[in-house]
Ligand binder design. Structure first.
Ligand code: ADP
Ligand code: ASP
Ligand code: MG
Length: 405
């Protein structure tokens, strides 16, 4: 049996015909070395963003099912064009959609989770000696509907296929040569991390580091699959994401993530009595709105204020609930602040070192940046700040923890 390679190429790496031909050449190189090759591709360039814009040009409230039908078509373009480019080089290749690769998901349109991958057809095509190109980001639900896996979901398709096919490594190729100590677009002297454990990568991804979709890291961790993140168009060593080892706790802060895609709601002047929080958050949960951070102020005169953040994607749903929350829990007002950002520092070293929070607070205070909310976990500290100082906060913290080159 030949060794199996599972690769994924992101949208910027397949953005035009020239880039597709370059990637095709890299894929063929792997095949020539005697490997079985499965490749997951994202939609070309900004295709998915354009589809979303298009949908909102024709509808104020595009239905999730139709959004999935539209968005899934992007990956179908890149998969077929990639297969053509490979065939043109004299190698046998075939493209398969998510449903053809039997990527079975739940029924949650736009944020579906993979529940099973049979990949029978993928295996059959590999046995015929073909290079298999699979459309990322899409699957088919038990109700025979096309679903998508949430933005950035091709990473998850790739890791899930690696699991299903028994590969122990999944190669994710993108426009940066690895996972950095902060987004290199914001911090020019950010450093490439050679190795990072699942737990840290999971926190960075869920706190906004878009280089990997959170779910892909969850899956890799669950099934013990290593991920390599590297540059699509050049052979340079990337970042390996793997099980934690002893040396990893020596590093206090591994990286910093930021997220502009959250909004803050403040429920003003609610009665300070048992059951109010349960009332508010059950209404949000019933509508499928995920709440991230929550703070409640100290009450006075039997009333209190409560703030929480939700993803920008849920802004409309949460706004629609505001009036109901106001009347049903007897709040004076519900205010929405869209101009916030969350900045998080992450590192397993925080488990065994103290004083990290103090450095964060001092650094931001020295820059005159006001902290609006704070949340912590064993290996993470997140703060919400005004969006116009988020970049400065990331840079200052990066400097304070000496993460740069
Ligand atoms: P792809 O289209 O290949 O999936 P993405 O745009 O989803 O690529 O992810 C790559 C981008 O992630 C980079 O261009 C970079 O700006 C951003 N990014 C954010 N945080 C980090 C980080 N810590 N390390 C590397 N890249 C990051
Ligand atoms: N094309 C999809 C998106 O832009 C999936 C992906 O790129 O991973 O979110
Ligand atoms: Mg991506």
């Amino acid at each position: 049996m030949s060794p199996l390679v599972v690769q994924k190429y992101g949208g910027s790496s397949v953005a035009d015909a020239k880039k597709i031909k370059m990637v095709a050449a890299r894929i063929v190189e792997k095949k020539k070395k005697g490997n079985d090759v499965v490749v997951v591709v994202s939609a070309m360039g900004k295709t998915t963003d354009c589809f979303v814009d298009l949908a909102y040009e024709v509808s104020n409230n595009p239905p999730d099912r139709e959004m999935d039908m539209l968005m899934a078509s992007g990956e179908q373009i890149s998969m077929s064009v990639m297969a053509m480019a490979i065939q043109d080089m004299g190698y046998d290749a075939i493209s398969l959609t998510g449903p053809q690769a039997e990527i079975i998901t739940d029924t949650a349109h736009r944020r579906a989770r993979i529940v099973d991958i049979k990949a029978t057809r993928v295996k059959q095509e590999l046995e015929k000696g073909r290079i298999v190109i699979v459309a990322g980001f899409q699957g088919i639900s038990g109700k025979n509907e096309i679903t998508t896996l949430g933005r950035g979901g091709s990473d998850t398709t790739a890791v899930a296929l690696a699991c299903a096919l028994g590969a122990d490594l999944c190669e994710i190729y993108t426009d940066v040569p690895g996972v950095f100590t902060a987004d290199p677009r914001i911090v020019p002297n950010a450093r490439k991390i050679n190795e990072i454990c699942y737990e840290e990568m999971l926190e960075l991804a869920s706190m906004g580091a878009k280089v990997l979709q959170t779910r892909s890291v969850e899956l890799a961790s669950k099934y013990g699959i290593k991920i390599m993140v590297g540059l699509a168009h050049k052979d340079v060593p990337g970042t390996i994401i793997k099980q934690e080892d002893n040396s990893m706790e020596d590093v206090l802060v591994r990286g910093i993530a930021h997220n502009f895609d959250e909004v803050k709601f403040t429920v003003r002047h609610v009665p300070d009595k048992p059951g109010v929080a349960a009332d508010i958050f059950s209404k949000l949960a019933d509508k499928g709105v995920n709440v991230d951070m929550i703070i409640q102020n100290i009450g006075a005169d039997g009333f209190t204020d409560m703030s929480f953040t939700v993803s920008t994607e849920d802004l409309e749903k949460a706004t629609a609930l505001s009036d109901m929350i106001k009347t049903e829990v007897g709040a004076q007002d519900v205010i929405c602040d869209e101009h916030i950002a969350k900045v998080s520092i992450v590192g397993v070293g925080m488990r065994s070192h103290t004083g990290v929070a103090l450095i964060v607070f001092r650094t931001l205070a020295d820059k005159n940046i006001n902290i609006e909310m704070i949340s912590t976990s064993e290996i993470k500290i997140s703060v919400v700040v005004s969006d116009d100082c988020a970049e400065e906060a990331v840079k200052a913290l990066h400097e304070a923890f000496k993460l740069g080159n």
